[in-house]
Ligand binder design. Structure first.
Ligand SMILES: Nc1nc2c(ncn2[C@@H]2O[C@H](COP(=O)(O)OP(=O)(O)OP(=O)(O)O)[C@@H](O)[C@H]2O)c(=O)[nH]1
Ligand SMILES: [Mg+2]
Length: 122
């Protein structure tokens, strides 16, 4: 049996742009016509520099798109990464990866112990 993996990267979504968010819902509706159980994973990529705004972002995206996991980028060069703690507390979603730079190798697996140590400087 041939297995197919379809990965869709939806660009430039903002939770306060209802037109773009409506487009996102439509993408999901169209996918579900082909496979009612899809999408099997919906990963929201958050920018750490947005700080506490990430909480609202996850809330809005979760209502529309059943977010199943998070990635947080730009943890280099910002002290706002602590919002990941609030996100984990509020939404209990798996954090799949973190971005710590602009190179391809800078997307790291999320390690909660390492993250806590970096946050507290221990
Ligand atoms: N410093 C730093 N830069 C990053 C990181 N992740 C992405 N970038 C940079 O941020 C910019 C935008 O990255 P994209 O991957 O295009 O962002 P995107 O979320 O796909 O953006 P849209 O498709 O427009 O929604 C690029 O210049 C990336 O190199 C990160 O972890 N650290
Ligand atoms: Mg993009």
């Amino acid at each position: 049996m041939v297995q197919t993996l379809l990965m869709i990267d939806t660009a430039g979504r903002l939770q306060n742009r209802t037109d773009l968010m409506e487009e996102l819902s439509k993408i999901i509706r169209v996918i579900r016509k082909k496979d009612p159980s899809a999408p099997h994973n919906t990963i929201l990529v958050l920018d750490a520099t947005t700080g506490q705004n990430a909480l609202n972002q996850v809330e809005v995206f979760q209502k529309l798109a059943d977010v199943t996991g998070l990635i947080m980028t730009k943890l280099d060069g910002t002290a706002k990464g602590g919002v990941l703690v609030s996100l984990a507390d509020k939404f209990a979603l798996p954090i799949h990866a973190i971005g710590v730079g602009e190179q391809i190798d800078d997307l790291d697996a999320f390690d909660p112990h390492e993250f806590a140590n970096a946050l507290t400087g221990s």
